[in-house]
Structure formats: C-alpha cells, structure tokens
Design a binder for this molecule. Structure first.
Ligand code: PHE
Length: 477
C-alpha cells in the first residue's frame, strides 16, 4: 500500500547561518571529545587518524551534501521525505527504509548518548567543589570508577539530560538555539585551545602525542591482541574509522536530513557542508592534542576505553591554576555540545510522529523521549550490574559476541547502521533520483566542477569505499 505523504510545511531556519550553527551543533559533541580520543587510543593512533580524516574528506563531505540535499528536497521528517522522493523518482518504496533505520538508529544512539552526557553533568558539581584539586592518576580513576559503578547516580544524571533535551525539542528548537550555539562553539574552541596550551606547557609529552596522532603506524592499527594474548590481524579498526567519521558528522541516520528539511531554498549546501566539516574535525583534533600528552605523562592506558577523557582531563584541571573554574567550564561546555547533538537525534522521530501520527509536538516528545529514557536504563546498567552480560555471546568469534548492551548499541549504530544508511542515501541520490532534480536542488549547473566532483564521489567513491570497508572488515569478502 502506498503511504500518503503528509501535506505539512515546517518552519524554515531563519537563515543559512542558523542552519550551519544547528548542524555544527549536531556534529560537534561527545563524538569529538569523548569518542574520538578513546577510539583513537584503542586503535593505535596515527594510522587510524589518517583513515578517519580520509573517510571525512572522501566519504563524509559528499554524503553530508547528499543528506542535506535529500532533506531539503523532501522538506519533511526523514521517513516522509524519503516517501516523497520515492514518489518523485517513481522508485521502489523500499528506499524509505533509509528513514526507518535512521529513526531506529536515533533512538539507539540517544539512549547511550544521554548516559554519557550524564557523566559530564555529574562532573560539573564535582569539578566546581574542588573534588579533583591536587588529584593523581589513581585518584581520578577511582572517582570515575565510583561514578559508573553506581546505577542510581547514573540514572539521575541520565534522566536530567533526557529531560533537558525533551524540554527544548518540545518547545521547538530554533528559539534560543542560535544564541546558545554562537556562544558555546567559540567558547568550547577557546577552552580546548587553552587545554592544548596547558598540555604543551605542563607536560613534556606533547611531541610524543603529536607523533602518536599524526605519525601513521599501520601495524598498530591492523594488529591487535586477542583475549588469549596472541597478536592477530584484523580490519576492525578500519571499520571503526569509517563509523566514527559518520558518527562524528551525524551522518547516515536522518539528523542532518531533518535539519536540511528546514533549510531555505536559496542557501548553498556546499558552503554549509564545508563549514560544518571543518569545525567538527578541528574539535576532534584539538581534543586529541589536549588529552594524549596527559595520558602519556601520567602513564595512563591509551586503550582505557570510554572512561579515557573523564579520567585524564580532571588530572590536568586538578593540578593547574584556576583548574576549578576551567574544569567546571569545560564540563558545562561538554554538556552543551552533547545537548545540541541530542536535539538532532530526537528531532527525526518527533517530526515523524507529528507529521504521520498527528501527535502534538509535546506529546511526540514525551512518547519518544520516554522510550529512549527506558532503553537508556539498559545502558546505565551496562557499566555496572550488566557489565559482563553479553547477550550475543552465541555469535562466537564475531566482535559483537564480546560486547555488553552498550557495546552492541554503539557498534551497531556507528559501524553498521550509519555507514549503510549513508551508503543507501548515496546510491539513491546517484542512481535513482534524476540528476536534473539533484542539480537544481544544489543550485549548481550539472557541468560545473563542484557538481561533477560531488557526482563522481557519490557514484563511485562512496559505494566502493563504504562497501569495501564494510564487507571486508566483517569478513564477508
Ligand atoms: N555527531 C554527534 C557527536 O559527534 C553524534 C550524533 C550522531 C548526532 C548521529 C546525531 C546523529 O557527538
């Protein structure tokens, strides 16, 4: 049965600038400051960073342009935008799976994102009251360990973060967003720069961090130790670089599509994409440069995993002049960065409920937010009570077999759903949607260099790149 596309017009962003702000707010978040450093650490540094940057440039940029373009042409939530585009292209309704899988990915991501953002929230009062003053590596690890071992504390902060997100989305997010982001982003930038400066001055490990991040050592990426301590060859790291690029840029699940749906027709999609990608990449690199000198100088474990940032930076704050103020400010900014990303994770579901199920905006928010909050409880427990519960252990050798619930949700979204979602968007735009429609939506003549470069990348480089990395690293080819 063909679904009807709801005849609703959403309000547009008031300017292209506001769109760039909102989309940058979506991109810059825990992915850059929390995830990038710890995944880079787990995958041995330079070679991983190089691949990450290559994925951003060759796959991230064209897919982001595509996702914005599809959203603007569709003008609705990802599910309904895809329905509309399928109608225009007279294509198979199967393409709307892009919207459905995006909706599911958004729910899954926000359910753990909110828990991690909750850690950052919990750190604000800890920082402000000087808990970390004079702390050493062991003390900092203990404080972090005590936080994640306590489900009730985690539930409290997770609930507060979800409520904060729901309140903003219920009111419609443009109010206040522009002002918040235009203060937050430069603030976060400056503070990260200051932290990089601190790491440079206060540790003698800056050179080592630079070489760790930028000196590619492919053995470090391609060989890992298995549970029995044997060195084995595996390509998982390459898939993680791809997944992190998509996660960090918010691609492949409809966040950027739904923001694109509110983009005024005359705005330049290419320009917007470049600004967003540059800001996002810079923040990740700065975070790495702030964190790794501290990791090395305190002899911390680079492969420490999700706790890395929460253990390292407090040591710096605890031992620098003005650390209480800077530390508090840092976690406030981190929460803001996570908050503006969370908006874009919730918006696709809410927009769909409003359009297709005739919910009022607040009701759509309470329903979807409530479900995400509940799933979030499983993530809370994944750091304590259910830490070693591996629901997919029957998968044997496969990576997912050794993951707890948080690990599974994280892996499935970043490494599977987002890259495949982005791939499907690319295939649809390249091979299904008539090029006359696409070039008109981009405001670019089909013969111009920008259009032709985009078209080449999206026809060949994205499908081959994403396809190969995906199939190869999960062992299917
Ligand atoms: N890009 C966000 C970050 O880096 C996370 C995110 C992923 C947001 C997917 C929306 C969609 O933290």
């Amino acid at each position: 049965m063909a679904h009807t596309v709801p005849d609703i017009k959403h309000k547009n962003w008031s300017s292209q600038w506001l769109f760039i702000m909102a989309a940058t707010g979506s991109a810059v978040g825990l992915g850059n400051i929390w995830k990038f450093p710890y995944i880079t650490g787990e995958n041995g540094g330079g070679a991983f960073v190089l691949l990450y940057l290559a994925c951003i440039l060759l796959l991230g940029v064209p897919v982001m342009m595509t996702e914005i373009m599809l959203g603007r042409k569709g003008g609705l939530s990802p599910i309904n935008s895809m329905r509309k585009l399928v109608g225009i292209a007279k294509a198979s309704p199967l393409w709307t799976t892009i919207g459905w899988s995006g909706l599911l990915a958004g729910v899954m991501i926000l359910s753990f994102y909110s828990v991690i953002a909750g850690w950052a929230l919990a750190y604000i009062p800890m920082m402000a009251t000087g808990t970390f003053t004079g702390i050493d590596a062991e003390g900092s690890s203990e404080l972090f360990g005590a936080l994640i071992a306590d489900p009730w504390r985690l539930i409290l902060w997770h609930s507060i973060f979800m409520l904060m997100t729901m309140l903003v989305i219920a009111r419609g997010m443009e109010k206040g967003l522009e002002r918040a982001i235009s203060i937050l982003l430069p603030g976060l930038f400056l503070l990260l720069l200051a932290l990089v400066g601190y790491a440079y001055v206060a540790t003698d490990q800056f050179g080592r961090a630079l070489s760790f991040l930028f000196n590619p050592d492919f053995d470090a990426l391609l060989y890992t130790q298995n549970a029995d301590g044997q060195t084995i060859f595996n390509l998982e790291g390459i898939l993680s670089a791809l997944g992190l690029a998509f996660f960090s840029l918010s691609l492949g699940m409809g966040s950027i599509m739904v923001y694109g749906a509110y983009l005024p027709k005359e705005s330049s999609i290419g320009e917007a994409t470049i600004s967003i990608v540059i800001a996002d990449t810079l923040v990740a690199i700065l975070a790495g440069l702030a964190i790794f000198p501290i990791v090395f100088s305190y002899g911390l474990d680079i492969g420490a995993g999700p706790g890395l940032v929460f253990v390292t930076l407090p040591i710096a704050f605890g031992n620098m002049g003005g650390g209480v103020i800077f530390g508090t400010l840092f976690f406030v900014l981190l929460v803001f960065a996570a908050w503006t990303s969370a908006f874009s994770l919730l918006e696709p579901v809410v927009a769909w409920l409003v359009e297709s199920k005739r919910f009022s905006r607040p009701n759509a928010v309470w329903l979807s937010g409530g479900i995400i909050w509940l799933v979030g409880l499983l993530n809370v427990l994944s750091f304590n009570v259910l830490e070693s519960f591996h629901p997919l252990s029957f998968l044997g050798e496969f990576k997912l077999a050794q993951q707890n619930i948080f690990g599974i949700l994280d892996y499935m979204t970043s490494n599977v759903m987002l890259p495949l979602g982005g791939l499907a968007m690319a295939l649809f735009a390249a091979w299904v949607l008539p090029s006359a429609i696409v070039s008109k939506e981009f405001n670019l003549p089909e013969g111009c260099v920008t259009y032709r470069t985009w078209s080449f990348l999206i026809h060949y480089v994205t499908p081959i790149g994403v396809g190969l990395i995906f199939l190869k690293s999960v062992g299917l080819i």
